[in-house]
Design a protein around this ligand. Sequence first.
Ligand code: KG4
Ligand code: ZN
Length: 338
Amino acid sequence: MLILALETSCDETAVAVIRDGKEILSNLVASQIDLHKEFGGIVPEIAARAHTEKMIPLLKKVVTDCNLSLQNDIDAIAVTFGPGLVGSLLVGLSTAKALAYSLNKKLIGVNHIEAHLYAAWLEENSPPKFPALGLVVSGGHTELVLMKDHGKYKLLGATLDDAAGEAFDKVAKLLGLGYPGGPAISEAARKGNPDKFDLPRPMLEQDNFDFSFAGLKTAVLYLIRGDRGKTKNDKGFAQDMAASFQKAVVDTLVGKTLKAIKKYQPKSFILGGGVAANLELRKTLKEKLPNDVKFYCPPIELCTDNAAIVGANGYFKAKNKEFISWKDLKVDPVAEIE
Ligand code: KG4
Ligand code: ZN
């Protein structure tokens, strides 16, 4: 089964073609980082406009690269309907609806958080066994999800305020490290001392699977203020703070994950979302996960936003006949995993 997948939930325009939920025939991503850089964060209006400019050229390129006929070769169209920025989501959704209507193809609505978990099925000969525990850490979300089967989820915990990626982005801004913050912090942290600053590990000792990163960001802010501007051009300070902050986030994410593994005894563990690109997080999880839990740590280009994960997720929904009419599919900027 060939699925054409579209993803426009945030600031990446992405189109992919996926065979049988696993094989990537094409996976193109047009990043908007350069457009948002000067504002230090994503500007929703600019993101939506850029999606409208990029979508058709990307579709054309995918069709040419794969030597495809959309009419004859594609079995269904999968698209992200939420969560995300409403203006951005609308571009992908409208394109998918127009294609489904004009080509008379089946349409599948995909939840972006759920899609991040499906990176583990791509190009994988022994896919995750259920129950699987998933940790989705992105710019907008930090969620621990128990996957009992395809489409059968229990949300164990989520962030109560800032998402992990959002905290990386905000702390990078405070330290003057630029945008996007995740890669900037990891780069600076390579030369810093992770034990230099004593930062909190929020909610780690609490008996739940929720997260909170706003206080951690504030703790960094107070330390910067306490230094009365001396930090402004001090590279060493920024490197030590980046390393200490990264370690606090990693300790918190890994600590909660290990607690959830102990309680729910999953067969597999899946890491997904943009923050999963963080090498320190990947390394620490690899070291600390119990041996009897298989770790699915997708390649970085499948962790950050892309449409291949939407196509993989879409395939399992198609197998379950979870199609939706173009008339009924709506964007849901605050969609939850269910
Ligand atoms: O999943 P994603 O590509 O988009 C959303 O759905 O939000 O995640 C983007 C987030 C950003 O906050 C970015 O700073 C973070 O992922 N990120 C990282 C790294 N690379 C990207 N965070 C930490 N370390 C990284 N290496
Ligand atoms: Zn994402």
